[in-house]
Write a protein that binds this ligand. Structure first.
Ligand code: CP
Length: 301
């Protein structure tokens, strides 16, 4: 059976539980057996964390990794994504880790390759989904000791354009998080009928009241002028995590950010490295989660 990771909605509940449990074991020091084969990183958008952690995870399992850059591949000569993937499948590549600027690119690729023995991993497609980020966010919260049944979590910033927010909300609501709140400038909020699992809050201070965890989202600078925020300082003042806002959060509360962080915009510069930040823990656990993902993909084949 060929497995894919396309979005959270397509993942069986048992698979979510086993991936999170395995990531937790690996983060706690468990070893892993070697696997054979080659996987391809096909990144058609920039990435540091996701690409490097998938590469490190594959190497940890003894898998060969090929990194394909658009400008150095035959995509630059007009080859379609599906034909590139069929070519990789014909060479025996076992999985493609795909980052793509368009929504649903990973699902469309998996459908185009139906019957081929190659797994597709969505490493972020447009504004649609970033399922491995959501899984590593959940693994990070679990590793920090939070339990879903009591978890009150806020996601603040550019929700509208965020594939991370969509996948986090899909996953944390399936896991049974007690409350998921969202807040941000009106222009950065999703359409009224989208994300019904999340509670819309009028401002950041209401969103942070009594929470256990905050996920700050990256503000894409190109969208700031369109939203009426001409500079990062104005956004930070109204919607950013400041020292005062962190102090008002419960002592147990922690904050996350998928990265890359705009220091002084989403989070005050001096707080990014605070002991209450789980940002680098997300990165660390990301390697373990992606190792668990490759085990799950390769062992099913
Ligand atoms: N979180 C995330 O996707 O970061 P990169 O764009 O660096 O991979």
């Amino acid at each position: 059976m060929t497995r894919h990771l396309l979005d959270i909605e397509h993942l069986a509940r048992a698979d979510i539980a086993s991936l999170l449990a395995r990531a937790g074991e690996l983060a706690a020091g468990a070893s892993c057996a070697s696997r054979a084969g080659t996987v391809a990183n096909l990144f058609l958008e920039p990435s540091t964390r996701t690409r490097v952690s998938f590469q490190m995870a594959a190497r940890r399992l003894g898998l060969d990794v090929v990194n394909i850059e658009q400008q150095h591949s035959s995509a630059s000569k007009g080859e379609s994504l599906a034909d590139t993937a069929r070519t990789l499948a014909a060479m025996g590549v076992r999985a493609i880790v795909l980052r793509h600027p368009e929504d649903f690119a990973a699902s469309e690729l998996a459908a185009a390759l139906a019957g081929a023995e190659i797994g597709i991993v969505n490493a972020g497609d447009g504004q649609h989904a970033h399922p491995s980020q959501a899984l590593l966010d959940a693994a990070t919260l679990a590793h920090a000791g939070f339990e879903w049944s009591g978890l009150k979590l806020a996601i603040v910033g550019d929700i509208r354009h965020s594939r991370v927010a969509r996948s986090d909300i899909a996953l944390l609501s399936r896991l049974g998080a007690a409350e998921i709140r969202i807040a941000g400038p009106a222009e950065f909020m999703p359409d009224p009928d989208e994300l019904p699992e999340a509670m819309r809050m009028p401002d950041i201070d209401t969103a942070l009241d009594g929470i256990d965890a905050l996920i700050c989202l990256r503000i894409q600078r190109e969208r700031m002028a369109a939203s009426g925020y001409l500079d990062g300082a104005a956004f930070h003042q109204r919607w950013g995590l400041t020292a005062d806002r962190l102090a008002a959060m419960p002592d147990r509360a922690r904050f996350l950010h998928p990265g890359p962080v705009n220091r002084g915009v989403e989070i005050a510069d001096g707080l990014v490295d605070s002991p209450r930040a789980l940002i680098l823990e997300q990165v660390r656990i990301g390697v373990h989660l992606r190792t668990a993902l490759f085990e799950w993909l390769i062992d099913a084949a």
